[in-house]
Ligand binder design. Structure first.
Ligand code: NAD
Length: 257
C-alpha cells in the first residue's frame, strides 16, 4: 500500500503532487488545497508507491533530476496529465517522453524550467533582444542546495537566444580568450556563455546581459520566495488537459511564442 496520504473530498481538478515533502512540492500542496477549483488527492515523495496516483486528473512533479523521468513515465502510463517543474532534463529524456506520449494521444505533459511569470517574460524579452546585440552572457544565481547547474531556466534562455541569433545570421559571441585553465569563462550552452553562482540567502535569480558598441542591456528577474512560482503552476494545472502531447515552457500556454 502506498505511503502517500490522500486528502480532500471536494470537487474540482484532482491534483496529486510528487516530491510533496520538498520545498516546491510542499508549497504546491498548500496552494492546491487553498484554491477553490482544485482538490489535493495525493502526496508522494521518495519511496512511495505511486500506484493509481490517488485518482488524480493532473500530477505536479517537483522531485530531483534523476527521478523525474521515471515518475513522468508512470503518470503517462496511468493516463494522467503532468505538470513538471523538475529541471535537469536531457534531450534523450525529453525524446523518451515524446515517444511514450505517441501511444497516449490524449495525455498532456508540460515541462517548464521556470513557472514564475516574470522569469518567463525575462526569457521572452531576452529572445526578442538577442538579434540586436553582438554579445550576450547569462548569469544565473541560486541557493547552494540546488543540485544541477546550469539551471534549467538558464539552459532554456540560452537555447532561445541561440535560435534568435541563428535566425538573425549572427555568428559566435566575440571572445578572444585563449587560456582559461580553471573554466573562469563559464559553460557554453548552445554557444552562449552561462555562469552559475550558488549563494546562501538566494532563491532563484537570473541576469541576461546583452552588449553592443557603447551600450549594455541587462534583463534581470528575481524570485525571492517560492510562492512566485505558484500562479504559473496553477495556470498550468488548469490548462494542461487542453494541450495534449509534450510542451516545453509555460510561455506556450501564455501565448508568448
Ligand atoms: P527539494 O530537494 O526541496 O525537494 C525534492 C523532493 O523530491 C524531496 O522531498 C525528495 O525527497 C523528493 N524526491 C526525491 N526523489 C524522489 C522520487 N524518486 N520520487 C518522489 N519524490 C522524490 O527540491 P526543490 O527545491 O523543491 O526543487 C525540486 C525541483 O524543482 C528541482 O529540480 C528544482 O531545480 C526545480 N525547481 C523548478 C522550478 C520551476 O519553476 N520549474 C522552481 C524551483 C525549483
Amino acid at each position: 500500500m502506498s505511503e502517500a496520504s490522500k486528502v480532500g473530498q471536494v470537487s474540482g481538478i484532482k491534483v496529486s503532487v510528487i516530491g510533496a515533502a520538498g520545498r516546491m512540492g510542499s508549497t504546491v500542496c498548500r496552494t492546491v488545497e487553498a484554491a477553490p477549483d482544485t482538490e489535493l488527492v495525493g502526496r508522494y515523495d521518495l519511496g512511495d508507491d505511486l500506484g493509481d496516483l490517488g485518482g488524480a486528473d493532473v500530477v505536479v512533479e517537483f522531485s530531483v533530476p534523476g527521478s523525474a523521468g521515471a515518475n513522468v513515465a508512470h503518470c503517462i502510463d496511468q493516463g494522467v496529465h503532468v505538470v513538471v517543474g523538475t529541471t535537469g532534463w536531457t534531450q534523450d529524456a525529453l525524446d523518451a517522453v515524446s515517444s511514450q506520449l505517441a501511444n497516449r494521444p490524449g495525455v498532456g505533459v508540460l515541462i517548464a524550467p521556470n513557472f514564475a511569470i516574470g522569469a518567463i517574460l525575462m526569457m521572452s524579452f531576452a529572445q526578442q533582444a538577442a538579434r540586436f546585440y553582438e554579445s550576450v552572457e547569462i548569469v544565473e544565481l541560486h541557493h547552494p542546495d540546488k543540485v544541477d547547474a546550469p539551471s534549467g531556466t538558464a539552459a532554456r534562455t540560452a537555447s532561445l537566444i541561440a535560435r534568435a541569433r541563428r535566425e538573425a545570421g549572427l555568428g559566435e559571441v566575440p571572445d578572444a580568450t585563449t587560456s582559461d585553465p580553471g573554466g573562469a569563462r563559464g559553460a557554453r550552452v548552445d554557444g552562449i556563455p552561462v555562469h552559475a553562482l550558488r549563494l546562501r540567502g538566494l532563491v532563484a535569480h537570473q541576469e541576461v546581459m546583452l552588449g553592443a558598441a557603447g551600450e549594455l542591456l541587462t534583463i534581470r528577474h528575481d524570485s525571492f520566495d517560492r510562492v512566485s512560482f505558484m500562479p504559473g503552476v496553477m495556470a498550468a494545472v488548469r490548462a494542461v488537459a487542453d494541450h495534449p502531447g509534450l510542451t516545453l515552457g509555460l510561455e506556450t500556454y501564455l501565448g508568448l511564442t
